[in-house]
Design a protein around this ligand. Structure first.
Ligand code: GDP
Ligand code: IMO
Ligand code: MG
Length: 421
């Protein structure tokens, strides 16, 4: 038995999907344990190009079994679409993809409330994906959630009735339209019928795998700094994103988690509101154009910034990262100078991320180091020695700042555009 977690060390979109896809070749189980379809993971391999939201990104590895743990919240329409399109692409999920009946369902009122809350907050909005994530997790922890098990136990209708009575009052008060019980019931009953072949209690499977020689690859969704407790609250997501979430979200005792791969983008991006200390605001600058990305879930433009080592160092310490995968190094090619934030100061004194709340982080003084860039296109590099000297130095700088080896370097979006060290 071995358990490896893959986590994002920044604000999400570090390239976890690609990394999980290539690490999955040695996995028996590939599993999601947190978040929902707010995640958007890009995978490019021999099956095609995919933006995956719920099915584990490691599912393309044919010997692996995909698991969605009870810690994940599920929009059934999104999951069923994803299953269908992956099956159509020849990925073949039947018999090797299981969803925990403990997982909570995103209901239509969760999405409506997500939007209404965002609008009510105006300029202070979180900038959520509007997928209903905050409201569904709020219902989960306040005992108002609806789970797949509620269909089998015959509790679905009565639980839905209570929830609709409560939620319709709030929706109407906030200027929205009430939902019909009959419509929601019929739609979700239909989803349940289609999901039945994939629902299975994971506990025996996971326990058996832990007792034998199975390898688990656990895929975090979102990034360390979107974590409800350790992220830039209130500009965070509604789930725990650090690896400890895998324990509750999948039923894997913490002592089994011995390997944590931290995925770090060679620069920084963020979608939605909240502090991004190294943000580049000049939209006409060469670097802004180079770093620009479109969000995989919402199609929004991602905010961009220089690499922030205080952030990466904090993630390494917090999540017990044992090795790093540096992604998108190829994007830095062609810059004369590259800025790297090496630490923060407040009132002239060094200060750490953990000592700052979101509003203080927004005002912190940044310590920058300028490193010389390289002009060569590195997208064909497949060994560390293929990289120009300055690109190698950039990688080594990250290793010495974090104290953790960079074992993989991404030089393009495709699965094999990767240097393995
Ligand atoms: P995730 O949410 O962490 O899985 O990341 P996303 O898929 O949302 O965003 C990462 C983006 O970077 C996607 O467009 C990937 O195709 C792309 N990507 C990942 N690794 C690399 C890399 O090493 N180089 C380049 N150029 N693109 C990459
Ligand atoms: P992956 O897995 C980047 C952000 C949203 C918003 C905040 C709260 O692709 O890295 P939510 O809809 O979760 O209530 O929104 O969290 N967010 C992400 N940002 N990548 C993600 O996932 C994200 N999932 C949520 O933009 O700022
Ligand atoms: Mg993403």
């Amino acid at each position: 038995m071995s358990v490896t977690a893959v986590i994002g060390s920044q604000w999400g979109d570090e390239g976890k999907g690609k990394v999980v896809d290539f690490l999955a070749e040695s996995a028996d189980y590939v599993a999601r344990f947190n978040g929902g379809n707010n995640a958007g993971h890009t995978v490019i391999n021999e099956f095609g190009t995919f933006k995956i939201h719920l099915v584990p990104s490691g599912i393309f590895a044919q010997k692996a079994t995909g698991l969605i743990g009870g810690g994940v919240v599920i929009d059934p329409a999104v999951l069923l679409d994803e299953i269908e399109s992956l099956n159509k692409a020849g990925v073949g999920l039947d018999g090797r993809f299981w969803v925990s009946p403990r997982s909570h369902l995103i209901m239509p009122y969760h999405k409506i409330l997500d939007g209404l809350y965002e609008e009510a907050k105006g300029a202070g909005a979180t900038g959520t994906t509007r997928r209903g994530i905050g409201p569904v997790f709020a219902d989960k922890v306040s005992y108002n959630g609806i789970r797949w098990t509620d269909f089998a136990s015959g509790m679905f209708e009565s639980r839905l009735k209570v929830q609709l009575e409560l939620k319709n009052k709030i929706i109407i008060a906030l200027g929205g339209d009430a939902l019909s019980f009959d419509e929601v019931r019929a739609t979700y009953r239909g989803y349940y019928e289609r999901m039945k072949p994939y629902l299975r209690e994971l506990f025996p499977l996971v326990q058996e795998g832990l007792k034998t020689d199975k390898h688990f690859l656990l895929e975090q969704a979102m990034g360390t700094f979107l974590d409800t407790d350790w992220g830039t609250y209130p500009f965070v997501t509604a789930s725990t994103t650090i690896p400890s979430a895998a324990s509750a979200g999948l039923g894997i005792p913490p002592r089994y988690l011995t390997r944590v791969v931290g995925v770090t983008k060679a620069y920084t991006t963020r979608v939605g509101g909240g502090p991004l200390p190294t943000e580049i605001h000049d939209t006409s600058s060469q670097v802004y154009q180079k770093f620009g990305e479109t969000a995989a879930t919402t199609g929004r433009t991602r905010r961009v910034g220089w690499l922030d080592l205080e952030i990466v160092k904090t993630a390494v310490a917090l999540s017990g990262v044992t090795e790093l995968c540096l992604t998108k190094l190829d994007v830095l090619s062609g810059l004369d100078d590259i800025q790297v934030c090496t630490g923060y100061k407040s009132n002239g004194q060094p200060v750490s991320y953990a000592e700052l709340d979101s509003y203080a982080l927004d005002k912190v003084e940044l310590q920058y180091q300028t490193v010389k860039g390289w002009s060569e296109d590195i997208s064909a590099a497949r060994s560390f020695e293929d990289l120009p000297q300055r690109a190698r130095e950039y990688v080594q700088m990250i290793e010495s700042a974090t104290g953790v080896p960079v074992k993989w370097i991404g030089v393009g979006p495709e699965r094999d555009a990767t240097i393995r060290r």
